[in-house]
Design a protein around this ligand. Structure first.
Ligand SMILES: [Zn+2]
Length: 240
């Protein structure tokens, strides 16, 4: 290491003035040229007037070193990426997202009927009859709130109209609509007797309906009708 004793600190080859910087670049370029075989570069072209062209970027270069510097630059690199992508696309290796189809689908498919629970109740003190419905919609569409509708026997189109009954229908996409046949008695719409609640945590839609007390022997009528409290399917109650 006797050679190193002779050089002054801070005057090494890399830390030098502008002149030797130029020389250093020239040397590096030469080194790069030796390591890169431009003959195999498909985009390298020496044209008829002795200039060098990049056939990818359509740029002209005075010498091979300039061309090489260009190949390390942003423009050339980006064009290489674009070219690679186009080739991959052509060979089917890349799937592009399909353009959005703007056709309107008239009717969306449903996934079947929801699960449900029907709980008839009679208040032991007032003797009021009520029914609590619990409809389960675990796969309900985002931001959809279940809807209900009470229909007369003549509004519904599924069963032969029978004026002893009316129908309570529930709808929530993507589920099939369902309807329940209930006694055709006056419904008490006062608070706590007629309500519906959509629980977004359990995805259960609850609804309570209470029938008004009649002076006649209503309990007997209710008990008779309760046997026919039956689930029926309503295709689309909103269209009736
Ligand atoms: Zn280029």
């Amino acid at each position: 290491m006797s050679r190193e004793h002779g050089s002054k600190p801070g005057v090494g080859g890399l830390r030098s003035d502008g002149q030797s910087n130029v020389e250093r670049r020239k040397r590096l370029r030469q080194l790069a040229l030796e390591n890169v075989n431009l003959e195999q570069d498909p985009y390298f072209l020496k044209n008829h007037i002795g200039l060098f062209e990049c056939r990818l970027c359509l740029t002209l270069h005075l010498n091979e070193g300039s061309y090489l510097t260009h190949t390390q630059g942003k423009k050339h690199q980006n064009n290489l990426k674009k070219r690679a992508f186009l080739q991959a696309k052509k060979s089917g290796m890349v799937r592009l997202p399909k353009k959005k189809n703007k056709k309107i689908i008239p009717k969306r498919p449903t996934i079947g009927r929801p699960g449900f629970e029907v709980i008839p109740q009679i208040d032991s003190q007032t003797k009021e009859k009520s029914i609590l419905f619990k409809i389960e919609y675990p796969k309900i569409e985002k931001d959809v709130k279940p809807l209900y509708r009470i229909m007369s026997a003549f509004e519904q189109k599924v069963e032969i109209p029978d004026e002893r009954y009316q129908y309570l229908a529930f709808a929530a996409m993507p589920y099939e609509n369902i309807a329940f046949r209930i006694p055709n008695e006056e419904i008490d719409r006062s608070r706590n007797k007629f309500w519906s609640k959509w629980n977004t945590k359990t995805n259960i839609f609850s609804m309570k309906i209470t029938f008004k007390i009649k002076k006649q022997n209503t309990i007997q009528i209710f008990n008779r009708n309760q046997n026919s409290l039956k689930n029926v399917v309503q295709q689309n109650p909103n269209q009736n």
